[in-house]
Ligand binder design. Sequence first.
Ligand code: HEC
Ligand code: HEC
Length: 426
Amino acid sequence: MSGGGQTAFDQGSSAFDHSFTGLSGRDQLIHDRGDKQFDLPFVPAPSHVNPGIGPLYNNISCGSCHTSQGSGSPPFAGSAASFESFFLRLSLNSGTDEHGGPLPVPGFGGQLQNQVVYGTKEGDYDVTYTTQTFTYPDGNTAQLRTPIYTIYNTYIPFPANVAVSPRMAPSIFGLGLLENISDSSIIAMANQAQTDTTVIPGHPNYVWDLEKNKMSVGRFGHKCETPTLKQQIAFALNEDIGITTNMMPTENCYGQAQYYNDSLHPEMSDSTLNNLVFYIRTIQVPARRNVTDPTVMRGEQLFKQAKCVGCHRQTIVTDVNVAFPQVSGQTIHPYTDLLLHYLGNGLADNRVVYSAAGNEYRTCPLWGIGLTQVVTGQTSFLHDGRARTFEEAILWHGGEANYSQKFFVNLSKSDRDALIAFLNSL
Ligand code: HEC
Ligand code: HEC
């Protein structure tokens, strides 16, 4: 029951798209409207249906990046990245804004948009991989690939001193439950390491909350850089698709002089944004499978012994929420602590985001991860999708996860397979 009372019993390609149970008729309608909006392609204005895309953007709809509500994939090596479930975040590599957040790059902002409605896009990017062979003590091997990104064809020269952070789209189910974990629970998980040796110390990110007008605990994005689903989605609309909202009313239009004095009302109404946010907030988590299979049970034991649970927390109880009983007091199994951890410099992007150092990432939730192939038709893991298998993802764990990685590496092949069978049951 990974999502507590909000667990879906579907092992097929729609496993990540079930609405919460217990919604009123009206709330179900809002969920369904948000679901439609999620997959609806945006088009250039003027149009009657879903207008306002761009001028700059990365992709045309939420669903084209979050495939079937699951995670995305990185671009193919060796050809210009086009419509990907992926983008490059940018910032100046020194200094911060007035709230301690990253500083936008003059002429490019906080993200490289490689699509444009008319005229010149900001630029193109490409990836190549270098591959190295990892050899286990038992002689088995695995191939680990390291991505190298190049930005080229920019409409003005690309400045030096820019930090570039590759980001692959994560899955988006169960997030209403994660949003309802209280700040104090997240902070308690961070402090627990002082007294509990099974826990690995991590720390929360503190980020600017646009609605509360103050610093808040961050939860969403690979570096916990937004505090609420609404803010995450308003950002996605603005940066990824080029849609303005009351929350983010300024059009993202570097190099698009025709938009510089554009004072049009927001392209998306508050009610449409609310539908979308409510939809994302009310998607169930798929149930675990094969939980009594002896190999899976052995794998779970090893997952604990390897201290994977020191970061990938098995059980959290969500906060009491009288106004939203569907997420209130749920015992969930997200396999994350929503904290930032250092996994070694091999994964570093060297882009600082508030309190997240350039080599720290949020512990990925692992719930539902075993269904990635079934739902999205591929598997790509870690923030930049460099890992093609669970095995590669684990081998990239270093730093604070060094003990876990070494434990895995020194297991027999059949025990390593058992641990992976456990991940496949999540
Ligand atoms: C161009 C591809 C792209 C598009 C289009 C896109 N996203 Fe995303 N989405 C991403 C990436 C990449 C991330 C990770 C961002 C980060 O690390 O900060 C993300 C993160 C998220 C998250 C946070 C998930 C988590 O686990 O923290 C949510 C929620 C989300 N997107 C919803 C949406 C919605 C709703 C839309 C449509 C308005 C949308 N996205 C459009 C690529 C995309
Ligand atoms: C020190 C904390 C920590 C420990 C210990 C740890 N992990 Fe992770 N794990 C993370 C973080 C942080 C990420 C995200 C890294 C990134 O995005 O580049 C992650 C990502 C992953 C992913 C990729 C998930 C995805 O959706 O892309 C898998 C699989 C995973 N861990 C499995 C394990 C296993 C198995 C173990 C034990 C052998 C383990 N982890 C131990 C922190 C940890």
